[in-house]
Design a protein around this ligand. Structure first.
Ligand SMILES: Cc1ncc(COP(=O)(O)O)c(C=O)c1O
Length: 390
């Protein structure tokens, strides 16, 4: 017998990949320069040279027998130590190698974190605009994702509603800053306020509410943006990270979970991750990439183009009259759909070969997402077309 749950999920196709496939079809029809595809969140810059240099060194100088062997549980000690050292240097935290568990990128990190601090039937609280895949990660842990509706003015956290929704059914809170899809970065004041609320609610409800902080865009923050390291403000934080965006390695599947050493049961949670890996079929992150990380950290790709693209789009769109929260990081922004007729707007965008993602999947149905991880000349040539949509 096959599992009907997954068959049912097939009805729920990923709209972003469908739109990206449509963009590919249009590229074949009208030429790649005439399609303005703002759908996929895949980095548009290469990894830094150091990454390929490190790979070459490993292949040329590494012992072909030992290089590919199983790692110990949690990953290579030298990579975990390097990650802890890098976090501590940059954020003044106190991680050690034992707090870091290597994973196959952010979705695996989230799956581990969610399973560690919930039991099936629990609820996980997240905030709209919300990354559409969270629902499935939560489902995989047997949990329900409940989402605080967005404060539609600034797409930030609505604390009054959050306070009401934080009841005894919630075991963990999931936060994503810098945010996909809005590009919003929660500032220090917001993070302090959330931390205070979680401390107060944990005491009131007599349980530890863990904060799962999904941070794959942590290194893509624009100048002048206040971007606090969230774990420094709330001890019971589990950081989920991936090198998909900061090192432009989305297909390599490499990341980590970092448990704040001051979190309740911090050591136990990292050991539990090993067991979660066993039961979920994850079992270890690619060892060659762990070796590369140990050599190249804290390197990142040159992510400056994303800020350039953001400014070009933000200035032009707001100039045309679009309402949009200015992104503080990532390679996304989320303008409001102008004019009130959503269908007419998306139809007109497609007629102009501008491919956009509707905000429905992010629980912001009056907005659309623009992923501007595309060459700057595409952005520049798209601007006049956006003017036709308003
Ligand atoms: C907010 C967010 N979390 C998690 C992920 C998953 O990242 P990865 O591909 O590194 O697993 C993504 C990917 O786009 C994302 O945008």
């Amino acid at each position: 017998m096959i599992n009907r749950e997954y068959v049912k999920m097939l009805e729920n196709k990923d709209i972003i990949f469908e739109l990206a496939a449509f963009a590919n079809k249009r590229r074949a029809e009208v030429g790649p320069d005439n399609v303005f595809d703002f759908t996929l969140g895949s980095p548009s810059v290469p990894p830094p040279d150091a990454v390929h240099q490190a790979l070459r060194e490993l292949l040329d100088e590494g012992d072909p027998f030992t290089m590919h062997r199983y790692t110990s549980e949690g990953g290579l000690p030298e990579t975990r130590a390097k990650i802890a050292e890098d976090l501590n240097d940059r954020f003044g935290s106190s991680f050690s190698a034992g707090n870091i568990f290597m994973t196959c990128a952010a979705n695996a990190s989230l799956a581990h974190a969610m399973r560690a601090v919930t039991v099936p039937g629990d609820k996980i609280l997240a905030f709209a605009p919300v990354f559409s895949e969270y629902e499935f990660y939560a489902k995989g842990a047997g949990c329900e994702l409940v989402v605080v509706p967005a404060d539609t003015e600034n797409l930030g956290i609505d604390f009054d509603v959050t306070e009401r929704m934080l009841d005894s059914s919630i075991s963990a809170v999931l936060i994503n800053s810098p945010n996909n899809p809005s590009g919003l970065v929660y500032d220090t004041e917001t993070i302090k306020k959330l931390a205070e609320l979680l401390k107060q609610k944990s005491a009131e409800l007599g349980k530890t509410i863990y904060l799962i902080s999904d941070e794959p865009y942590r290194e893509i923050v624009f100048s002048g943006t206040d971007s606090p390291f969230i774990s420094n403000y709330y001890d019971n934080t589990i950081v989920c990270y991936s090198f998909s965006k900061s090192l432009s390695l989305p297909g390599e599947r490499i990341g980590y979970v970092a448990v704040n050493p001051k979190a309740e049961n911090a050591e136990l949670i990292v050991s539990m991750f090993g067991q979660i890996s066993r039961t979920s079929g994850h079992n270890g992150a690619p060892v060659i990439w762990q070796r590369v990380l140990a050599k190249v950290l804290p390197a990142t790709s040159d992510v400056s183009v994303y800020e350039k693209n953001a400014n070009l789009l933000y200035d032009a769109l707001t100039g045309y009259g679009f309402e949009c929260v200015k992104p503080g990081g990532t390679f996304y922004m989320m303008p409001k759909i102008p004019g009130g007729d959503k269908d007419a707007f998306f139809k007109k965008a497609l007629e102009n070969d501008i491919i956009l993602v509707p905000g429905d999947g992010f629980l912001c149905p009056d907005h659309f997402r623009l992923a501007y991880c595309v060459p700057t000349d595409i952005v520049e040539r798209s601007l006049e077309r956006f003017g036709r949509l308003i």
